[in-house]
Structure formats: structure tokens, C-alpha cells
Design a protein around this ligand. Structure first.
Ligand code: GLA
Ligand code: GLA
Length: 677
């Protein structure tokens, strides 16, 4: 039985397209003619339209004009393309802000914004919600059954928060519900007796901000949870008419890299497919590292819905909003697009199709530049990516069967930031999660990025770096993973605070995790940035930075010990058998080599091998797989800008692009190969 889970079941192929803003060229339709011609030439089969079109679609309140959208959807369809249709709530028309100022956001300083920029609406305002529903209903009525439309793109890059009176009220209601309308319950959860902060009533509570309370960690955490919940309710409000009128069309929102504001593990529950906008800073340092960090986010977006995702935006050349804006070097442009596919994307899409002539993004990379031709280096590489996607179309909808996972949690990140302790200037949570993901990436092992609440039963090995906030449900989830035979790797800070950011009492890690790991943790030595310490693992000394935790084994066996510090001779890494599985505790932060040796040992023990014959791959090389249950597809990528790499496949496989069957492969710099078996 073959399994396919197409991101867009409405179009079971790879999508290759871009954000398309034809409303910017309404005054010159010869540009539209040229666009259609160039789309075919670029091997593009999809355009995402309507993202910022509200001012054209509803130029005055209640006056609608869909003529440009009618024509564009028709033209794209006749041109052989598909459309992902966007709702326009990411940027509102002037009249709406003028007539109903409540739709404008109030910032952390309590000041209401003027009409400006985008992505800055109040997510509580009943007026904004109503106006968004009206335009979305009109769009769904008009285009929901249009065969050219294959999916809905809801708003754009939801982010940020608002502290207007309506949001304050909604926040208080959220807390009333959460704490059973009992202010004393909240006081205890927030530990408000500290510095005499006791609340007498929910009406006294304000969102944390520039001039309001920020010292109550539970409050800060609940604010972030509220912002996530309120954004989800805004999305549900937006999608209600769409789901009613076009239930067959999947709904997505475009998410972001290293995004802080919203817990995407939660937000993904109100959408059908995950999509994201990927803008790595290629060539700023080692491209292998940049590729691996980007891979982390591709893996995360695939894991959110456990199915193929969409690469919604990427630049075909450069962005214009970073301190330095370097075009992608030849080769890397196509390679970085195929990377998304290797990790489970069913699309390669760009921001943007055609460069705008004016305003903020006039120098942002685009498929078509101001020259208006198909004769640029960038255009040709987009053509090439389109050719590859056509040739490998059978891979669309195939899934990734990862046996390894890294836990990454937004709530944990917020709590770590709250926490006034350890190192104040950043605890490097993302970097630490990247370091664990790198172990798998470098060995060509597929890896999911999951929530601590995720079903872990399909994994052989799970790393839970710096899982400082560990609530009861997580304690249970981790415990049962190990009980049932999994290998769990926890680190320093595990199980320190509970779900309301109160410290666990009775020793850490929390509750029965002490038995699972067979250790207790006593204290953490925070190293100064220049300090280095060491630990010895399997007879070899490794460098440690930032954190060395002092732990005491109860039932665990010691794998590595500190060789300096006042804790020299005490355990730095332990392993404990528990139930049918084992729990490894890594008490310190190493600079890479200790993790490498440890995971070589663990992976050997559990028999988890990578996608290639050898797990020790040349620098910059990785291998990822997708499957339909019967046929496996293998992607080989080389991110080294200078070195050609030689690797050996597990067995002879057929190259999908050349048709040749090979066993040994030579990969030039910035190249990829795609095989089938
Ligand atoms: C100061 C304050 C204390 C406490 C400590 C923490 O000394 O007076 O209340 O905050 O700093 O180091
Ligand atoms: C984001 C936005 C786009 C555009 C690009 C530029 O992804 O969604 O509208 O601004 O950034 O990189």
C-alpha cells in the first residue's frame, strides 16, 4: 500500500510559484501579458495572490470591486497555472483605520499606532474581525469553487500583540477561565507575595509592557499563551466563512524562521497544512551550518502536521532587509530550493514574482527583475528548479519516516527568557536545539522537531535539550517514551519549573524523571564566556562551555566525568535503564565533539543508521529520504562551496534526473542528486 499525503490534495503535484502582486501594475496590463508569458518560461505552475489587495478589493467600506482578481485568476488558470488565494487581513485599507481606530494596535508603551506599515491589527477588535469576515466571505463565495484555486493562504505572517483596552479585557477573561475565576489561585501560581504583588481582583491585571509588570514569570508566560490563543481565535474567525464555502480547500498560514511570538505547536491545530517563509543568510559563514539550521526549520514545519508542508516564500536571489544582502551563489539557489523538498516540502515558492517598482521591497529579490525579461541568472535558476520539480513529480505527497526527534518548545523558550538566573545574556536555547539536530543532520539521519507533548511512540531516540519548563503532562510523556523502549537524552536544566513557571520542589529533574534518569541535579555552574572546562568520555577529553551541572547518580551509570572545576571527578554524562528503554543525562554544554562521540555510541547501540552506507559524511554533505511506503526517495546535498565529496549509497539506486543506476556518487560543491529505490 502506498501512502501519500499531498500538502494540497486539490493539486497532487509540486507547486512552483511565487507571491504575485499584479494589483501594483493595474495601470499597465502589458505587464500582466508579459507575466503570463514569463511564468510559462520559468516553469512556474502556481501564483499566490491577494495577500495585500484589500484596498483594491474594497476601496471604500462596503464597495467591492473584484475585477482585477477575476481577471488574474482567469489568466493564471488559462495559462495552465494554479492559484493559492490569500485573505487580505495582513494590511488594511486606509478608510478602515480612519473610521474604526480600534483596529489599530496599542504597543507595549500603551500608545496606539497610526495607520502605517502592515501586520499590525488588533486581534481582538470585533470591528476588525467583522470586516475581515465580510471580505473573506465575499472571496470564498466568488472563488471558493473556482478550479484554479487550490488552497487558502490566511493573512500574512501573523505576529506581535496588542495591549488596547479590548485586548486587556480579553486577557483578563482568559485568566479568569484558566484560574477558575479564583484570584488566589492566580496569586499562588504567580507567586505574587514576592515583592507584595498580590492581586485583589482580575481587573487589576495588565499585560506585561514597557510601564507595566514584567517581574511575574507566570504572568509573562500566560500573556504569551493568551497571544497565541487570541491569534488562533482570530484565524478561526477568518477561516469560518472559507471552511463553510470551500471545505475541500486546505488552509495554511505562512510561518517564520526563529519565530518567537506564537507557539506554532498550538497554532498549527487551526490550519490544515503548514507553510513557511525561509530566508537564510547564505554565505555568511559556513554554508553547511546555515543549511543545517535551515533544515531544522524545514523539519519543524513538516513535523507540525506530520505531513508534507509548503515552502511558501524564499528569495530566488537576495532579501533587502538584512544588514547585508548577498545574492545566492550559482548552484546554491537551486540546491536550497531542493533542500526544502528533501525535508518534505510539496512546493518551492518565492517572494516575489516581479519586483515592485517602488516602496519598501523594490530591491528585494524576485523571479522577474526591473529589466522585465527572462534573461537573468536568477530567472534561469528558477527555470532550472522548475525543470527538476517536473522531473521528480512522483515524489510530491510522499512522507518522511523519521526515527529520531528533537524536542523544541515555545513555552520552554519563553520560560527560559523569563528566568533570571543561569546566564542572563541569552541562554542559547535555539543554538542548543540546533546542536542536537546537527548530530542527526551530519549523519544523514531524518529527524523530526516536536513538542514535548507530541506522540513520541514512533521514535527510537529523542533529544530534549534544556527542557527547563517541564509540566506534569510532559513528565508523563517522557517517562512513557522511555518505559516503552525509547532512548531519551535530557540535559542540564531539565525539569526545573512547572507549567506556571514555579520551581519544582523535592529535587530536580521533576518528579519521577529522577527515577527515569537515575540522577538528581544539585546546582549549575554558569561559566564566564572565556572559561572552558572539560569532561572525559570514553577516554577522550572534550571541551565544555557555558553550563556544568553538578549531578548525583542514584541508579545511573556514569559515561563521562568532569576533569576540572570543583566538581572534577563527578559525573558529566550518565545513562540509566528504565522500563524497556534508557535515559541519558548530559549535565553540561559541550562544543560538539563530546556529543559526536556520545551519539555515535548511542546510535550504534540502538541500531539507528543514516540514509547512506556510512554515517560519517564529508563536511557539508547530508542525505534525507521521503517514501510512499513502497518506494524510497533519497536526496543527497553538498553545501560545501569548494569541495567535491564522494559517498556510497546503501545499495545501487536510480538517479531520477539522469536515469542512471549508481552505487558510488561524486557530489560537486553546491550540488544535489535525487535517487529512487
Ligand atoms: C539586591 C536586592 C535583593 C535581591 C538581590 C539579588 O541586593 O536588594 O532584593 O534582588 O539584589 O541579587
Ligand atoms: C515576508 C513577507 C513578504 C515579504 C518578504 C520579504 O516573508 O511575508 O511579504 O515582505 O518577507 O523577504
Amino acid at each position: 500500500m502506498t501512502t501519500k499525503k499531498h500538502a494540497c490534495p486539490t493539486y497532487p503535484h509540486f507547486l512552483h510559484g511565487a507571491d504575485y502582486n499584479p494589483e501594483q501594475w493595474i495601470h499597465d496590463k502589458s505587464i500582466w501579458d508579459k507575466d503570463m508569458e514569463l511564468m510559462q518560461l520559468a516553469n512556474c505552475n502556481e501564483m499566490t495572490v491577494g495577500i495585500f489587495s484589500w484596498a483594491k478589493l474594497e476601496p471604500q467600506e462596503g464597495q467591492f470591486d473584484f475585477s482585477f482578481l477575476d481577471e488574474i485568476i482567469d489568466r493564471v488558470g488559462k495559462n495552465g497555472g494554479k492559484v493559492i488565494l490569500s485573505t487580505p487581513s495582513g494590511a488594511r485599507p486606509h478608510w478602515l483605520a480612519d473610521k474604526y481606530p480600534e483596529v489599530l494596535r496599542v504597543g507595549p508603551d500603551g500608545v496606539r499606532e497610526h495607520f502605517r506599515e502592515r501586520h499590525n491589527h488588533c486581534f481582538t477588535s470585533p470591528v476588525y474581525r467583522e470586516k475581515v469576515q465580510i471580505i473573506n466571505r465575499k472571496l470564498a463565495e466568488r472563488y471558493g469553487q473556482n478550479p484554479t484555486v487550490v488552497a487558502w493562504h490566511i493573512s500574512n505572517e501573523y505576529s506581535g500583540d496588542c495591549r488596547c483596552p479590548l485586548c486587556q479585557q480579553a486577557f483578563r477573561d482568559f485568566l479568569r477561565k484558566k484560574y477558575d475565576n479564583d484570584i488566589n489561585k492566580l496569586n499562588l501560581a504567580y507567586w505574587t507575595t514576592f515583592w507584595s504583588k498580590t492581586f485583589d481582583s482580575f481587573d487589576q491585571i495588565e499585560p506585561p509592557g514597557k510601564y507595566t509588570e514584567t517581574g511575574l514569570h507566570g504572568l509573562n508566560l500566560d500573556w504569551r499563551r493568551f497571544v497565541t490563543a487570541q491569534t488562533m481565535s482570530f484565524i478561526e474567525n477568518e477561516t469560518a466563512p472559507i471552511r463553510e464555502l470551500s471545505p475541500h480547500l486546505p488552509v495554511t498560514i505562512n510561518m517564520m524562521f526563529e519565530f518567537y511570538d506564537l507557539n506554532y505547536h498550538e497554532v498549527s491545530k487551526v490550519i490544515d497544512i503548514a507553510s513557511w517563509d525561509s530566508y537564510p543568510e547564505w554565505h555568511n559563514g559556513d554554508d553547511a551550518d546555515i543549511a543545517q539550521k535551515t533544515a531544522f526549520w524545514h523539519d519543524l514545519y513538516r513535523s507540525l502536521k506530520k505531513r508534507p508542508f509548503l515552502l511558501m516564500e524564499s528569495t530566488p536571489s537576495l532579501v533587502n532587509w538584512k544588514p547585508y544582502n548577498k545574492p545566492k551563489r550559482p548552484g546554491l539557489d537551486v540546491l536550497s530550493s531542493i533542500q526544502a523538498v528533501a525535508h518534505g516540502s510539496d512546493s518551492v515558492q518565492y517572494f516575489q514574482w516581479r519586483k515592485s517598482r517602488g516602496s519598501s521591497e523594490k530591491f528585494h529579490g524576485a523571479v522577474v527583475g526591473h529589466d522585465g525579461t527572462g534573461e537573468t541568472r536568477v530567472f534561469r535558476s528558477v527555470q532550472k528548479t522548475g525543470e527538476v520539480l517536473k522531473a521528480i513529480d512522483q515524489i510530491a505527497g510522499t512522507v518522511t519516516d523519521a526515527k529520531a526527534a528533537v524536542i523544541f518548545d515555545w513555552e520552554n523558550m519563553w520560560a527560559l527568557d523569563n528566568c533570571q538566573g543561569y546566564a542572563l545574556a541569552g541562554k542559547k536555547y535555539w543554538e542548543t536545539c540546533y546542536a542536537f539536530h546537527k548530530v542527526f543532520w551530519q549523519r544523514g539521519i531524518d529527524c523530526d522537531i516536536v513538542s514535548p507533548k507530541a506522540d513520541l511512540s514512533g521514535y527510537q531516540i529523542v533529544a530534549a535539550p534544556m527542557l527547563y519548563l517541564t509540566d506534569e503532562e510532559t513528565v508523563e510523556n517522557l517517562t512513557s517514551f522511555v518505559e516503552n523502549g525509547g532512548t531519551l537524552c535530557g540535559t542540564y536544566m531539565l525539569g526545573t519549573v512547572d507549567g506556571t513557571d514555579l520551581c519544582w520542589l523535592g529535587g530536580i529533574p521533576a518528579g519521577k524523571l529522577k527515577d527515569v534518569f537515575g540522577i538528581t541535579a544539585e546546582e549549575i555552574d554558569t561559566l564566564y564566556p572565556v572559561e572552558r572546562q572539560h569532561a572525559q568520555l570514553f577516554g577522550k577529553e572534550h571541551e565544555l562551555v557555558d553550563y556544568c551541572e553538578v549531578i548525583h547518580p542514584s541508579s545511573a551509570q556514569v559515561l563521562a566525568s568532569y576533569t576540572d572545576g570543583y566538581y572534577a571527578g563527578t559525573p558529566a554524562v550518565t545513562i540509566n535503564s528504565y522500563g524497556k528503554g534508557q535515559a541519558v543525562y548530559i549535565a553540561c554544554r559541550d562544543t560538539g565533539s563530546m556529543k559526536d562521540d556520545l551519539f555515535d555510541h548511542l546510535l550504534g547501540n540502538i541500531g539507528l543508521a543514516g540514509n547512506l552506507a556510512d554515517s560519517s559524511l564529508p563536511h557539508g554533505v547530508t542525505a534525507h529520504s521521503r517514501t510512499n511506503g513502497e518506494t524510497s526517495y533519497l536526496f543527497l546535498e553538498n553545501y560545501d562551496p569548494a569541495s567535491t565529496a564522494d559517498v556510497t549509497l546503501k545499495q545501487p539506486m536510480t538517479d531520477l534526473l539522469t536515469g542512471e543506476t549508481v552505487h558510488h556518487v561524486t557530489l560537486p560543491p553546491y550540488s544535489f542528486r535525487i535517487f529512487k529505490s
